[in-house]
Design a protein. Sequence first.
Length: 391
Amino acid sequence: MFRIGKLDIDDLNYNYTIIYFLKKTSILNFDSTISLENSEWYVGVIEGSKAIYASTKNKLETIDMYFNFSYLAVQRFLDKAILIRKPAMSVENDKNKQISLLISNEDKYKTLNIFAKDFQKFEIDLKVEARDMKGNLISPKSPLSDYKPSVRFFRMSQLSESLLDAYRYLYLAVESALNDFHPKKSKFGEKEWIGTAVNLANSISKNPLLYEKYTEIDEYFKNYHYEQFRLKLFHSKKEILLPLDYYDLTEIYNAYIDLFEICAMVFEVQYGFNIKGGSHFTEHAIRVAVEGLKVNKITFFKDNNCSDLFFKINNINQFSAKGYKGHMKIDMDVLNKQKIAFDRYEVSLDKDVLIKLDFDETIECEGFDFLLINHEIMFTNRNIIDRPFLW
């Protein structure tokens, strides 16, 4: 038995079920079979619930494949649902919390996997003053004397919660600033002009950008940003990037980070100011902080009351870090397949709570052999552009 909020999921005809969360409570009962290239999914939602689920009999190679294809099936299901009843629904990917559940019936064992991501910030504030030889404060000059549309595009790239929209606005900011720097003439094609302009800007930058396997930035920009992302995001007929078509848009996220560096270079050259902010923590500093965290306890709550449930914790893999991500995995036996109910858990070192995760609805389950928690901490620097998005 498994229940989350008002939604019961107890269909033994499927080996794997993935559960996501809607931004708003569903206003309809709807289910449908969604066929993908390598798997078929039964997707359903009920009125009054925030949970939406996708089930399959297909055996896939990796956990990531279950999430990638189930997420795609859910999005196609919601595309169909909007034709039946408005307003549109979308899968919740809270900027500060991302949760999904995987139920597996495999090798006579029933397992509930909780996958969670949350975002924590490292922050640092610096005050910088410029003074002359006599110690007098030098008043900073205004970086822009005339209004430039590129600034609006850049601001929108920072305000947008959609990764694809943020990338699109950032590209327009780069394009607009490059046109101020090296105006496009009618005899030049778009691709030729922007390659030339970005190369000229980089050639006079105080901190030119370097890319492996490329002697100059123009070929890199045209091959990577223009061909792979700009064309696919600005057109809708063929070879497109469809919003929400991927569970994890890692590739375009990395492109967004890289494009931000290019934008910073162009703005510095053309307008004389730095959009990157102040100092930031290095990867080494974050690794030291993350891997220093130790945990020895996990506590479950329901309605703010501490549960008396007892779990045998088989293994706690302490935090490990790579880049700006910290990862922890907790394996637990659910003794005697007991009935459990919770809407929050806390991970602690004795009395010090290190992680707190609240679910939108109460989770109830019985008959499970294992409960596995995979909790990832995404450490973000306030002063650089590694921020979470609503995909």
